[in-house]
Write a protein that binds this ligand. Sequence first.
Ligand SMILES: CCCCC/C=C\C/C=C\C/C=C\C/C=C\C/C=C/C(=O)SCCNC(=O)CCNC(=O)[C@H](O)C(C)(C)COP(=O)(O)OP(=O)(O)OC[C@H]1O[C@@H](n2cnc3c(N)ncnc32)[C@H](O)[C@@H]1OP(=O)(O)O
Ligand SMILES: Cc1cc2nc3c(=O)[nH]c(=O)nc-3n(C[C@H](O)[C@H](O)[C@H](O)COP(=O)(O)OP(=O)(O)OC[C@H]3O[C@@H](n4cnc5c(N)ncnc54)[C@H](O)[C@@H]3O)c2cc1C
Length: 666
Amino acid sequence: MVVASVDNLADERSKAQFDVGAMKIVWAGSKHVFDVTDRMARIVASDPEFRKDNRTTLGRKELFKNTLRKMAHVVKRANELRLTEEEASKLRFFVDEPGYLDLHWGMFVPAIKGQGTEEQQEKWLPLASRMEIIGCYAQTELGHGSNVQGLETTATFDPKTDEFIIHSPSLTSYKWWPGGLGKVSTHVVVYARLVSGGQEHGIYGFIVQLRSLDDHTPLPGIIIGDIGTKFGSGAYNTMDNGFVCFNRVRIPRNHMLMRFCQVTREGNVCLSDVPKQMVYGTMVYVRQTIVSDASWALSRAVCIAVRYSAIRRQFGSQDRGIETQVLDYKTQQSRLFPLLASAYAFRFVGEWLKWLYADVTERLQANDFSTLPEAHACTAGLKSLTTSVTADAIEECRKLCGGHGYLCSSGLPELFAVYVPACTYEGDNVVLLLQVARFLVKTVSRLAAGKKPVGTTTYMGNAEHLMQCKSSASSPEDWLKPSVVLEAFEARAFRLAVACARDISKFSTPEAGFAELSIDLVEAAIAHCEVIVVSRFIEKVQQDIPGDGVKEQLQILCFIYALHLIHKHSGEFLSTGCITPEQATLANEQLRTLYGQVRPNAVSLVDAFNYTDHYLGSALGRYDGNVYATLYAQALRDPLNDTVVPDGYEEFIRPVLKQTMRLSRL
Ligand SMILES: CCCCC/C=C\C/C=C\C/C=C\C/C=C\C/C=C/C(=O)SCCNC(=O)CCNC(=O)[C@H](O)C(C)(C)COP(=O)(O)OP(=O)(O)OC[C@H]1O[C@@H](n2cnc3c(N)ncnc32)[C@H](O)[C@@H]1OP(=O)(O)O
Ligand SMILES: Cc1cc2nc3c(=O)[nH]c(=O)nc-3n(C[C@H](O)[C@H](O)[C@H](O)COP(=O)(O)OP(=O)(O)OC[C@H]3O[C@@H](n4cnc5c(N)ncnc54)[C@H](O)[C@@H]3O)c2cc1C
């Protein structure tokens, strides 16, 4: 079928004012990463074993078995193709289906690497790498998730047998949620209260075997299963999030991960000379990976919405001629282009966070713990900011696609359902922002003591200026000056943090003040995180960037990102006196101009993500724009259309029709 819409995307692509190939490299991070990513995406897309278009119609059992088959196929292909760790991880990524491999490679292995001694790593990592064991990460319990210090599971040392006894003392202490635990994992890192000599010594990780390596049955003392069906069709239901109860399960002493705390044969507990928060290291690592993942999920939704908005036409013609592409409506642009800009912003801040994480890891290895609080605040804050924005943005993209966005064949409902728990796992987003706020209040109070702030809080060192400055913006063009934009963001964040610190000091205790002012503290934390994202984006666009017009496009996106935030939080920018109402209007005017500049490049800017149709999984986001024929073909493939007359007609439709006929004769 020839469809006019296909031409729309070709037309759009011909309007691009930049080198799309060069932008693809910028998005990927380097030519090498681009090549690996592109190759792995194509391998997955061309392999029928990785088909995913039937996922939302499968029942839970079928769906789960289907995922097991795919995970086994990932491992098989990775071995056959002799993929490197980088390649295998990309291959797994493009399979685009949550499964036990994520937890095995993403949390079990990092927990052992981060918290195991060298000897323990030598023992467990080869087993895990060869997948002779499959592991997961069990921290959360039925009664406690956020409050890690409130966990109830105990690991009591028995010096008589040189073993730990892992025990779940109550229903609320059952481990509850760990991915891969319910049906697959053979091993787990369990977080439990260490008890030795009748005393408690804090929370640590312990490796426990869950299931027999011969027949997969649970080992004695272990009650284990899946926690039940989760939100959405398909989506995260491919994962066996599980529960487990330990009834005095014994493990050898050397199964406690002992890098930061050792328990001797006699039961003495020896703490190494490192901050106790090092035991939270796996969470810091995963939060950092979640920030990078946010840009993938967001860009995927935006790619679907931009392409479809170029295809979709409504109104605009009085004489039944060609109608207006919905992408041309300013309202559509004002909802969509900030999300496009945010996808690029999160990509760059994700790359920067990887660097920060590598830097702090190197320092920790040299026993320098000075940057740990900042690494914690940055990973927690950016995880929270990027996942909240992305989850909301996917839903906004669904609305931007009108009615068709609500169909599973648009790919957006499942993307939302699979993504939205990112706001909760690895730390509830509000709980994490309160951690950032705690760090900010501490930084502000140290300023008063003459301590110079470093890292991402360096800007607070300019305290006097930030408290008094008034924006110099006097024209829309002034809002294209990096210094003007940054000053406004830094002043807003600093003034909010200072106000919180000042108000907390009016309470009888800091804890009481912190609790009472937590709403303001969350806002101050978001403002600080936005300073980080805006400044990293500005830094990026100030670098040399090869490719015709690439830098110019990124500059436009950078200012859209910053100015849409000024608009969104105008209440805060105004109430803190950082800008005037007139300056807010000028910023909006500039924003409208920028939308006009991005418009001809929008389709090419999403093409630069280089997504295959398989990965996008969307009738609306197809590269060729053949939307309507695909929607129709997919509708015909729905199980409900297997028969023309539906199952249930004889039992439930016919009798109703007959009854209606009888009634009408009365
Ligand atoms: C084939 C290849 C396949 C490859 C697959 C690859 C990759 C996939 C990658 C990953 C998988 C990703 C996703 C999978 C999906 C889901 C998995 C989900 C897993 C989970 O959810 S695990 C459970 C996560 N749980 C949490 O996050 C709990 C949140 N709670 C906490 O973090 C803490 O309890 C708390 C909220 C921070 C409070 O802790 P508490 O001890 O009570 O502390 P405070 O008193 O508030 O603070 C004390 C002190 O400590 C500092 N602090 C706190 N946390 C940290 C930290 N993490 N690091 C450093 N410092 C920390 C805090 O700042 C305080 O400092 P002070 O100086 O102020 O005293
Ligand atoms: C899909 C998914 C996968 C998961 N995978 C794993 C896994 O592999 N391993 C694992 O161990 N765990 C896993 N989890 C559990 C996850 O880490 C926890 O659910 C998460 O840390 C939140 O904790 P919670 O459920 O206790 O929420 P709660 O803390 O009970 O949150 C409930 C509400 O209370 C609020 N709240 C809590 N404390 C405060 C506070 N101090 N101040 C203000 N508000 C507060 C929160 O903001 C939230 O609104 C997973 C969860 C999901 C959804």
